[in-house]
Design a protein around this ligand. Sequence first.
Ligand SMILES: [Zn+2]
Ligand SMILES: [Zn+2]
Length: 315
Amino acid sequence: MEHLSFFKLQAKNLLKDFKSLHCDEGDRHSEYTPKYFDVDGILLYFNYRFDEDNFTFTLMNAQHIIAKMVGYEKWENLIRASESAQELAELLLRRFKTAEDIQNWEDTVSFASKDVVQKYGQEVLSAETMLDYARQYYELGDRQEIVHLPTERISVLTGKLRTNALAQFDDEHNPAGSLRLDSVVFCRHCKKPFDFKRSKVIKDNESNLTMVVCKNYPNCKGTYLDYKVLTPTVLYGEARTAELEKGTRIFSNIKMDSKVHCIHCGQQYSYNEANAVIDAEDGQVYVHCKNYPKCDGTLIDMMPVTEQNDNNYND
Ligand SMILES: [Zn+2]
Ligand SMILES: [Zn+2]
């Protein structure tokens, strides 16, 4: 019953917006901003036609549209749906303001359900599953937002709180299921690789939602959703040093502390900042540019910088 009165109210709101847009004299049309719904866009989305001459759009029509917005053919189907299904419809209606919102949800569902159906079969797409999914989906949306909030509203978690939040990372949150606590990640936002463990965990002081974000927050607004997982392709620590040393034996004009110029990306850096990367195809380790994976340069692209040509590069 609770849901039903919510749906009825939404239909009334939709009707109100429709009337404000269409019943007044032409010139008010452009000034009015829809209060609840972007009616025109939504009607167009459902290919809804009404009589151009007298703009008949009744409460019944509005109810029909409300039902369509949450995936039902008819209002009757919506009001007879199960508790979970109505709960889902209410959650969605609270989010849907424009046709774009509806489209985003429909796209996400059809994309996600293809995957799920393939794994578990059609029957798993119950109202309960969809409701869970919607809760996660929109909660994730809210979490994503907090990275853009003013920093005064944000606490950066430290100590145990931070460690626990990072340790909670499991399959559910994982981009492509590959992110682990010991992963090395590449933030697509600031184009920097780092150990996942160095990520920051931020909390919105008002909503209490937390989010794992780039280690370079607040300068970088990337979140873990922007991470590309590099591990174990990029070597770190001693393994990396050992591979770089091998490189100096191949090219005797390069020493560990040599300044090198990557002809691929044009940047200059100390050779010991270069990366050692396991090649996905042959399993061999190659020395790559400091700016890997942004730059494709390898050892042969690194030119030692002598005092003389140093000046040229700095020009
Ligand atoms: Zn970043
Ligand atoms: Zn480079």
